[in-house]
Structures are given as C-alpha cells and as structure tokens.
Design a protein around this ligand. Sequence first.
Ligand code: ADP
Ligand code: MG
Length: 380
Amino acid sequence: MMPKRVSVMEPSSHPKRSAPARVKVGVRLRPYMNLEESKQQRPCVRGLNDQSLEIVNWRNQLETMQYQFDAFYGEDSTQQEVYSRSVEPILSHLLDGQNASVFAYGPTGAGKTHTMLGSPEQPGIIPRAVKDLFQMTRSENSSFGAHWNFKVTMSYLEIYQEKVLDLLEPKHQELPIREDKDKNIFIPNLTQKVITSFSDFESFFIPASQNRTVACTKLNNRSSRSHAVLLIKVQKSECFSPFRQLTGKLYMIDLAGSEDNRRTGNQGIRLKESGAINSSLFVLSKVVDALNQGLPRIPYRDSKLTRLLQDSLGGSAHSVMITNIAPGQKYYFDTLTALNFAAKSKQIINKPFTQETTQSSALAPMKRHRDEQEAGSAGM
Ligand code: ADP
Ligand code: MG
C-alpha cells in the first residue's frame, strides 16, 4: 500500500508577516598576486577591523572614506574563515526546508571564482558547502535513527545575455523560468542530477565547469560576462506518518564581472552584451537595496537572475553576498562601485589615506573616467 503523503507547505507559501530577511554582506580584499602588481599599483584600500575598511577619497585627497559591512575579510583571510563565518551558519536552514543563496560580486580579477570555487589546495565555498551538506544529512539521520529520507540533487546553469542555459546539458535551448502556485520558482526541463556523495557532485560539476571555460576562451572571455548558477536541492521525506516533505534550495552563484565595460573599453564586447550584464547586476543591486531597506516592492521581475532568485533571496530565505575587491589603483572605481553596493554605512574621515596614495598625478587619469561614468549612470 502506498504511504499517504502529506505535503508540508514550502516556507515561501506561508505569508510571513515579519519583514523579509536582510541580505548579509561580506567584503573580501584579495592580496597582491605578485611583486609586479604590488609595484605597479599602490594600494588604495585597506582593512580596519573585521567589519570595516578605508579607501582613498578621489574627490578630496585630504579625506578617506570608511565603509562598514557585516563582515570584512582582509588579504590574509583564508577560505576556511570566509566559509565558516559567512556561509556555514546558513546551511542548517536548508534541512528545515528553507532556501538560501550565496553570491560573489565584484570586478573581473578580484577573486570571485577563488572565493566560490577555489582550487584543490584552497577549496572555496562551493566544495565546502557541498561536503558539509552531505555530512549534515548523515548526522541528522544518525541522531534521528533514519527518521528522514534525504535526496540531494544538483543543477548548474548559466545566465548569459538574459538567457538561461543548462550547463549540464549544453545542447538544450534557452530555458524559461516559471513560478508554481505556491510561489516556488522553477525551470522546467532543467537537468537535475541526483548526487549521493561529494565525488558524485564532482563527476557532474567538473566537466560542466570545463565546458564553460572552453566556451569562454572561444567566445572572448564569456565566463566573466555570464552568471554561473549552481543549485543544490535538499529534499527531506519523513519515513513514517505523517510523511512530511521538506525541500530546501541553496544557490551558489559566481556573478558576472561588475566592471563597467564602457569605461574599461574592453574590445570586442558588443554593446548589447555589456548592457545585459550591467542591467542585471543593476537590478540585483536594486533588489538587495530594497530588501535591506525594507521597501514594500522588490523588483525581482526586472531581470532573469533576480526572477530566478525570487524564492531564495529575501522573504524567509537566508542570503549572503561576498563582494570581492582588489587592492590596486587599477581597480579603484570598480572597487568604489562594489563598495557602494555592499556598504551598510559609509563615512568620510578628515584625514588623508596615506601620502603616497593620494598624489594627484596617480588619480588624475581616473578622475576623468569617473566623471564620464557618473554622467552615464546617475542614480547607481
Ligand atoms: P574573478 O573570478 O573575480 O575574475 P579570480 O577568482 O579568478 O577572480 O581571481 C583572480 C586571480 O587572483 C586568480 O589567479 C586567483 O587565484 C587569485 N586570487 C583571488 N583571490 C585570492 C585570494 N584571496 N588569495 C589568493 N589568491 C587569490
Ligand atoms: Mg571568475
């Protein structure tokens, strides 16, 4: 006889009266990558403590700007620190059927992929979270005596020029995003692989990531201009009456580079493409701002990325954004844009950053660009 399944409503179908959850923001400053970089580009930003940093004020050489975040990770921070402070605390909610999202934001070269993926020697957030999730399902089973049946699945997709593409089945056409009657967001026909161990995960993830890298060299560094979205779903079914079912979704996203392509003048970037990136990151910044200010209307529908994240960003979901920044002057204005998006608060301090980094000659060429940029993107 088939057990009668009582479906527990997903959290998003409970109209919550409390304000939607804030998006927690961490900023990570990467170290100089080599002697050359440190010689050529003086630092224009430095950490103050584990929640704040300061940066040169290009408008006034006698001032420094200080920014505050939920977490600040300096150039000596380890992958373990970033993971255990910003990501690990949200994972347990997945086993309660709640959703979560973690995304890395920042200009190309500032450390997004290092933070999300890392390397075999220094694994990032993705491998750590997947390992821990399996560990959590196993330990929940051992403490509750196999009360629950767990099913973990993964999907991996890319949003490129406002198109959703399946990275596990690259031959698939562009996919639509839908919403069910309980307001859960889903993508019909998106490949979903059942995984039962970390090596299972790797067996799907590594070739798909390589596909993406190959495609990106052919297509002119596409990877820095698309959002790579990994979805891990944890489905939990009770083995006994009342046979409850809970599903928690975790999105881990390596966002497109936030640099202003108009300003950096990257050759070969078609206007349409850079427009699509800038506008979807712009919508994301509006969504995060609206959530963090408790505004009544959240503009999820204004981009594919935010539409996809609608049930996993804000509401009852747990969200973390890691903003990656680089120390050198080359990145100065991209760093400022990223910090202004990320900051909880900002104040201007009446003291120069340091003598050597406030030389007008060093910042003069950038000032011109900044004026152009501001003229073109008022309100950002
Ligand atoms: P992005 O994905 O934002 O374009 P990457 O993650 O590829 O940037 O980082 C650029 C380079 O800097 C890579 O070689 C990466 O390994 C290195 N890197 C980034 N962040 C760190 C860090 N915190 N510690 C050491 N190396 C880093
Ligand atoms: Mg990258």
